[in-house]
Design a protein around this ligand. Structure first.
Ligand SMILES: Nc1ncnc2c1ncn2[C@@H]1O[C@H](COP(=O)(O)OP(=O)(O)O)[C@@H](O)[C@H]1O
Ligand SMILES: [Mg+2]
Length: 266
């Protein structure tokens, strides 16, 4: 499917190295389970089929043991609670690009402009790989989830206890000084990520999980290298979003000063 939106039957027969009637039999069954969809042009794997391929691979590699409840439906994918082979709880995130969010996947399209056909499948896989690699560079130096495994459009991450800042009223259990400290701790993580080379790119109270004591910054697939020509724009926007959230608690913040601090310029 990297080359075809719909894979013609003869291509599948050639790749499967099986008689056509056997291939047709299997495709029919996969279609019945809704793992494969068909059109007059050929066949395509469905979202569910791609999920199944990733789960199967992670299971066969001896990483994944069981899959549990859905933790949430994010902007671009679904997140599930999972059990690893070593009985540790973790989180599995399926990246699903090109379906709901135009602006974010557009960036991937720019960067794939040389490819003829870009399937949502390939873009989702790239996005998962990218988030996994970035987390590997950041963890454990920056407060981000532990990257555990990656296959196709799925990544397995360490489970973070906590809720999105968006859903918490900090004033209920923190003093103003403690809220201020939390703000500067978040700034410190932005700076650490920047020093390693990344700007989050979608930072806000939705992507910071807080458990009353500590926090973790999640959701990194769109992160931007600090040498990107528009890096300053994204860094300013991230800082602005965080400041906007904390200003609601009447914390006195100079955004420009924070920006300079993160960049390391006085
Ligand atoms: N490592 C994690 N531990 C616990 N919950 C998580 C973790 N990663 C994501 N989640 C939950 O899933 C939601 C969506 O994940 P996120 O990475 O932000 O993806 P999206 O791009 O869909 O926003 C988060 O808001 C959070 O509630
Ligand atoms: Mg998110």
């Amino acid at each position: 499917m990297r080359r075809h939106e719909w894979v013609p039957l003869d291509v599948i027969v050639r790749r499967a190295n099986m008689p056509e009637k056997d291939v047709l039999y299997r495709l029919k069954r996969l279609n019945k389970f809704e793992f494969v969809v068909r059109s007059t042009y050929g066949y395509a794997v469905s979202g569910m089929g791609y999920d199944a391929l990733a789960l199967n691979a992670l299971y066969k590699k001896g990483i994944l043991k069981a899959i549990g409840n859905k933790l949430g439906v994010g902007k671009e994918g679904d997140v599930y609670l999972v059990l690893l082979n070593d009985d540790r709880e973790a989180v599995l995130k399926f990246h699903k690009h090109g379906k709901t969010c135009f602006t974010r996947s557009k960036r991937y399209r720019d960067y794939l402009a040389d490819k003829h056909h870009i399937s949502w499948l390939y873009v989702s896989r790239l996005s998962a790989e990218r988030e996994y690699n970035i987390l590997n560079e950041l963890f454990p130096l920056v407060k981000v989830p532990e990257p555990i495994a990656w296959n196709r459009h799925a990544i397995i991450l360490g489970k973070v206890e906590g809720e999105e800042l968006k859903r918490i009223d900090l004033e209920k259990f923190l003093t103003k000084d403690e809220i201020k400290k939390l703000f500067y701790d978040v700034v410190e993580e932005i700076k650490k990520a920047y020093d390693i080379g990344y700007i989050h790119g979608d930072l806000s109270e939705f992507n910071i999980l807080y458990n009353g004591e500590d926090f973790v910054i999640i959701d990194w697939p769109q992160a931007i290298e600090k040498y990107h020509p528009e890096a300053d724009f994204y860094l300013k926007r991230d800082i602005h979003n965080v400041c906007r959230y904390f200003k609601k608690y009447k914390i006195d913040i100079d955004e420009n000063k924070i920006f300079k601090y993160v960049k390391g310029i006085e």
